[in-house]
Structures are given as structure tokens and as C-alpha cells.
Design a protein around this ligand. Sequence first.
Ligand SMILES: Nc1ncnc2c1ncn2[C@@H]1O[C@H](COP(=O)(O)OP(=O)(O)OP(=O)(O)O)[C@@H](O)[C@H]1O
Ligand SMILES: [Mg+2]
Length: 267
Amino acid sequence: MPPSASPDPHPLNQPSHQPAMQIDHVSRHYVMGESAIRAVDDVSLSIPTGQFLALLGSSGSGKSTLLNLMAGLDRPTSGAIFSAGRNLAELSPLELARYRRNTVGMVFQSFNLLPRMTLEENVELPLRLAEVDRSERGARVQEALERVRLAQRTGHRPSELSGGEQQRTAIARALVNRPKILFADEPTGNLDSATGEAILTLLREIQSTMGMTIVMVTHERHLAEKFADRLATMGDGKLLSTTATEVHATNHAALHATTSGNRGAGQ
Ligand SMILES: Nc1ncnc2c1ncn2[C@@H]1O[C@H](COP(=O)(O)OP(=O)(O)OP(=O)(O)O)[C@@H](O)[C@H]1O
Ligand SMILES: [Mg+2]
């Protein structure tokens, strides 16, 4: 049988020629009276599909600004941001809203759940906004909640959940529209270290089982080194460095062994 007749079911094993995100000379400046703040200053970065990238850097270095640009929450002052071949800087407001709704999921430090809604209603909200048919919504919510292991708590309100459970709910809400990229801005910032580690274990699992691209801002370098494939460090709006972690080296070796075995030839 020719190799092309048996597609590899694991998305991470599919050769991907297009990066999930391609950032070319992106700047975001804020004009404050006479002076301009260069929140993001001429950053170029390519993020391969399926990569777990951690964005590090001191407070005010531009991490959230860059993440928001990639998530379509903000537009660059100059430069191009390509996602699935489209330049976000050139999309109309409506197209950008569609991109935010259908292509990306977002998780924040403070969970941002709606307190009056149950866990199930919170997770269902993006499906209602995307006008997914009611008959389909229940199964999709259940699937997302099972992924974060909260399928038993659907009727609870956020205040009845622990911080870790609230963040897991927020992750389920971010996943329910089946996004291609998950953005997380300090997702463990409000959690104790054990709970933070559990959240990152979950994100890593989502990355490997769903082939998800993840971009996470964090101040916790040790967690980034333990769970992410690659670290990108910012300073004063500039990208100072990017380095592959040992996690990536281990994954890459495993992936290489799998693909070599499947295709009968190493490459
Ligand atoms: N709306 C805004 N108007 C003016 N300046 C802004 C605005 N948003 C961000 N900035 C400035 O841009 C710079 C980068 O901010 P950003 O929030 O991206 O930093 P950060 O790396 O995420 O910091 P932290 O780790 O504290 O969250 C800061 O100097 C900030 O004050
Ligand atoms: Mg920030």
C-alpha cells in the first residue's frame, strides 16, 4: 500500500507546511501625549502547528499585547500577522470577530466566568454566539467538560468551584468551538503551585491529543521549561530569544520514531 493511502490519524504526525502563526515585523505602539510606548516593537516569530510555546519576560515587556494581537483582540500599528494564510491586520472587523469566535480559544488569569451562569451555561456560551444548532450544543458541551474532567459538576456555579476547577471550566469554554489555537495569558497566575501544575498537565494533554497549538504567557519559568516545547522571551517590546526545551527534544525524538516507523524511512 502506498504511504499516502493510509493517513496517520494522529494530527501531530501529519506534516504541516504552514505555521499556525507567522508574525512579520509586528509593532504595537500607544501614543500617550507627546511620547509613544512601544509595547511590541518589531517582533517576528513563526509558531509551527501543534507547538506549545511559552512567552516569558518581565512585567510590561509586551507579552499580553503580543498575545492579544495574535488572538485578534487588537490590531498591530505595523507589520503582518498570518494565521492559516490570512493576514489578521487586513481583516474587516466582522472577519476578525469570526476569527476570534471560530479559530482561537482564550484563557485568562482571572478565569472570566459569568458568575450567575452554571458551569454548563458558561461552556455553552461560545456555541450560542457562534449560532451552533441547539441540538448539537449539549454533546459539544459534554465533550469539552469531559476533556477537563468536570462532566459531573455541570449544574454548579463558578463560586461553588475551586480555582483550579474554575480554570478547567474556562479551558472547556475555550475548547468548545474546537479552535485551532489556544491562547492563555498567565493561566496559572491565580493558582497555587500544585493546581498550576495540574492545569499545565491538562494543557499539555490537550496539545498532544488534539494536536492543538498553544501560546501561553507565564512568569513561571520552571513550569514553562517542564511543559512547553519552546520558550520565547520578551524585553521592552522586543523578542530577545527563542529556545527549544527538553520537552520538545523528547517529543521530537518520539515523533521521529513514530513517523519513521510508519513511513519506513527516517527523515
Ligand atoms: N492600552 C494601553 N495604553 C497604553 N499603554 C499600554 C496599553 N496596554 C499596554 N500598555 C503598555 O504596553 C507595555 C506592555 O504591556 P503588556 O500588558 O503587554 O505587558 P506584559 O508583558 O503583559 O506585562 P505583565 O507581565 O505585567 O502582564 C506596558 O508598558 C504597558 O503599560
Ligand atoms: Mg500581561
